[in-house]
Design a protein around this ligand. Structure first.
Ligand SMILES: [Zn+2]
Length: 493
């Protein structure tokens, strides 16, 4: 990368003709021309650190090609985020600004800055073994790193302008969208669906790593992400695709399924990753890092120390000197960690001794039923809100025309409809409450661990729903009052 060429392309005519631009040659997406601010971010130690974190943790022990890093994946994600932003702007010029597109590009670039050694091994397997530490997600740490980077670079006037005054806030929110929409710095839901889509998991982060991971592991896939980008539109403030895109998106989910089965959750990959996590955990208290950090597990509390957390930690453990006194904990722990790593290198791996298929017993079916019911409620609630909105429009229209006595009966009709809605809203609220209790009961049991996180997610959505339910009820109440007032006056023009 970093090939400097003179800018001649028409697409860059805004920049001066003699300005040097940087082209990055990406094996997946071809030549990429990042915004100069992105180049500035790439050329920081915090970003360069990603060169030393393998994208796929232990996968290279099964697929030798899987040695690509978070570095190139982040550049690829940034590129796709910008393409998506530009495509949306082409069709909805008034809905997305060029500043927002740059924020998306930077957010794509920075979304994985918080990953630790061997990517998910650090957060999902090693941290799970640690007690008394705050469990950060990699997105939380990415946001911390973004702050560190912006503290360390100086933006030119032009870059400040390009980013807009709230740019940094937007970047962080696009990396990890706040759960409550009220906490989001900009009220454009579709912007939060491009890097990390919590709605349906269709986002450019996955699009980059699906293509890249398949390419590096020599696996094939049919999903064409550039096609989906071209077909994306904003409908009712959300990213949407036409029905004809169905098969391509089906291929996307099928690619995801295949990658999980053949690579990410391959039994040998999992064995290697468990061994790495165990070696980390044995050596944890014997590793020191610059900035006075005394252990691997505590490094997440200090971004200066966290900068040193890369796959190199494994080699660092191998280089640790053994305590001469063989009876000390230090000697035992370091020796145990080094033995585990030796076993990985000699391919004396943990063996899979059995698998347990999770049965869909009556209790878990009950769980799923609840989930289904909750989803149905969400739908009916949305419909109620839409109906109420339509009724409000009807009333406004009637009132706009000079109301004559005949209109009275029409308004009375509307009032009846509203009463029905209020009743159905009240009923929904009661049922939603009882479902929440059921959900809480199931959370207490230990039946199907796989379903629990999904259920928790639904419970969170439920809380938001109940809030909106209350709001709807208030809206309906005030509409009813309005109607009552209108009916009291004599509707004569
Ligand atoms: Zn990513």
């Amino acid at each position: 990368m970093d090939e400097k060429i003179t800018c001649t392309s028409s697409q860059s005519k805004k920049r001066k003709m003699d300005e040097k631009i940087t082209i990055i040659n990406d094996p997946i997406w071809g030549p990429i021309e990042p915004h100069p601010l992105c180049i500035k971010i790439i050329n920081t130690p915090q970003f360069q650190r990603l060169r030393h974190i393998k994208q796929l943790g232990g996968c290279s022990f099964v697929y030798p090609g899987a040695c690509h890093s978070r570095f190139e994946h982040s550049i690829g994600t940034s590129h796709l985020a910008r393409l998506m932003g530009e495509e949306l702007q082409k069709h909805h010029y008034e809905k997305i600004t060029k500043e927002e597109i740059l924020c998306l590009e930077v957010a794509g670039l920075c979304h994985d800055l918080g990953h630790g050694p061997f990517s998910h091994v650090f957060h999902q397997q090693f941290q799970a073994k640690c007690k008394d530490i705050k469990k950060w997600t990699h997105e939380d740490l990415s946001i911390e790193m973004v702050d560190e980077i912006f503290k360390s670079i100086k933006l030119s006037k032009e870059e400040e302008n390009d980013l807009g005054k709230d740019g940094k806030k937007y970047i962080k929110a696009f990396i990890k969208p706040p759960k409550d929409p009220k906490d989001r710095p900009i009220q454009k839901p579709f912007l939060y669906e491009i890097i990390a889509n919590e709605e349906n998991k269709i986002d450019v982060d996955k699009w980059d790593y699906f293509s890249r991971d398949c390419h590096m592991m020599g696996l094939h896939h049919n999903f064409q992400c550039k096609r989906s980008i071209k077909r994306a539109r904003i409908v009712e403030d959300h990213i949407s695709f036409p029905k004809s895109e169905y098969f391509n998106l089906f291929d996307m989910f099928y690619t995801r399924f295949t990658l999980h089965r053949k690579a990410y959750k391959h039994p040998v990959v999992k064995a290697v990753e468990m061994m790495i996590a165990e070696a980390f955990s044995k050596a944890d208290n014997n590793l020191t890092f610059p900035s006075g950090c005394q252990s691997l597990s505590k490094s997440t509390e200090n971004m200066d120390a966290y900068q040193w957390m890369t796959d190199d930690v494994l080699q660092q453990i191998r280089r640790l000197e053994l305590d001469t006194d063989t009876t000390t904990d230090k000697h035992k722990d370091v020796k145990a960690a080094q033995d585990i790593i030796d076993r990985i290198y000699c391919r004396d791996l943990y063996k899979l001794i059995g698998e347990k298929r999770v049965k869909w017993d009556p209790e878990s079916i009950k769980t799923l039923n609840i989930a289904d019911k909750l989803i149905a409620f969400a739908d009916s609630l949305k419909q109620s809100e839409m109906k109420i909105g339509r009724i409000k429009n009807d009333i406004t229209e009637i009132l706009k025309s000079d109301p004559i006595p005949e209109a009275k009966s029409e308004i009375e009709n509307i009032a009846t409809k509203l009463t029905t809605h209020v009743d159905s809203l009240k009923q929904s609220a009661t049922e939603v409450d009882s479902l929440k209790n059921d959900e809480a009961e199931i959370q207490k049991t230990d039946l199907v661990p796989e379903v629990k996180p999904a259920l928790k997610n639904i419970a969170q959505k439920l809380t938001t729903l109940v809030e909106s339910l209350k709001e709807s009820a208030t809206k309906v109440g005030s509409l009813k009052n309005d109607i009552a007032k209108i009916l009291k006056t004599d509707l004569v023009s």
